[in-house]
Unconditional design. Structure first.
Length: 304
């Protein structure tokens, strides 16, 4: 027991600040140690999450950016050295060491927040979204839109420089260009596809009652896409727009539905067809009579 007491005493001597340090300095050392421990916990948590996390359009994981720009090996080596110096020094020297350690921790934490903000932007997965869209619609997997590729190049330059604040702001240009490229592809598809090319599915529920008619075929009421957003698709961060075509009878009942332009995600496409069936329509009037027609419209699923 006496030997155990001696060993514990020696350990306390090495673990505690120098006796010459003031109570204020000892308290600050404890505070900085806690800040560093918390930073290490965030680092370990990010490492654990990365095991099942998707890569971004650069092929990188979030932890790759964190360890290159925030939780770097130099920070993890230097902060413990500065804390050890503070423990063994007088107040003046300890203050200098603790100031340096605090600055390193604060800088790393700020960079980690900037990186996290970038990784929350929808543009992180833009290439996987394009690939799914292209595959679902028979397009080339490699995007060719000049505006989209220019936006990607701009964001890449900012990321390569470690400017995650600038990259997050510029990422909106990728989203805008991606939407434009998909709209262009949809317009081309609309002009080329005929009803005979589409695979229609028949209505599986009773047709909702619709009153009246209109000069032009249209939708009277459509549910919110959020009501039909598959939870599994949300968890996988699947987003996209689907062009749906409804065949509307003279009675204003939509009898069958088809996907004209796929989102690239089968579950989202099926959800769009269910939404189309739950919508109510109004038939057009020609020469004083209601007539059948085909109505094409967009259903967009977006994670807010």
């Amino acid at each position: 027991m006496f030997r155990t007491f001696i060993l514990m005493s020696i350990a306390l001597v090495f673990a505690c600040p120098d006796a010459s340090a003031s109570a204020t300095t000892r308290k600050r050392i404890s505070t900085v140690e806690k800040q560093y421990t918390l930073m290490q916990m965030w680092h370990r948590s990010a490492k654990s999450e990365s095991q099942s996390a998707p890569r971004d359009w650069r092929g990188r994981l979030k932890i790759d950016d964190l360890e290159q720009w925030a939780y770097t090996s130099s920070v993890n080596e230097r902060v413990p050295e500065l804390l050890e110096t503070a423990r063994k020094s007088d107040d003046a020297q300890a203050k200098t060491a603790l100031d340096d350690a605090t600055r390193l921790i604060d800088d790393a934490s700020a960079r980690a927040r900037d990186i996290a903000n970038y990784w929350r932007s929808s543009s992180v997965s833009w290439r996987s979204r394009w690939n799914a869209f292209a595959t679902g619609n028979g397009l080339t997997a490699e995007p060719t839109d000049a505006g989209l590729l220019a936006a990607e190049q701009k964001v890449r330059a900012l990321l390569d420089a470690g400017d995650f604040i600038g990259a997050t702001a510029a990422s909106s240009q990728i989203d805008t260009a991606l939407e434009a490229a998909m709209r262009g592809a949809a317009a081309t598809r609309m002009a080329a596809v005929s009803n005979a090319d589409l695979r229609y599915v028949q209505r599986s529920t009773p047709c909702p009652e619709t009153q009246g008619s209109a000069p032009k075929l249209g939708i009277v009421r459509a549910p919110s896409p959020d009501e039909y957003y598959p939870p599994a698709s949300k968890r996988r961060d699947e987003q996209g727009a689907i062009l749906v075509r409804a065949h509307v009878a003279p009675t204003s009942c939509a009898t069958e539905f088809a996907v004209v332009m796929s989102s690239g995600y089968p579950e989202l496409d099926q959800a769009a067809l269910r939404l189309a069936e739950a919508s109510t329509y109004v038939a057009a009037i020609e020469n004083g009579q209601t007539v059948e027609g085909y109505l094409t419209f967009k259903v967009k699923f977006t994670i807010n």
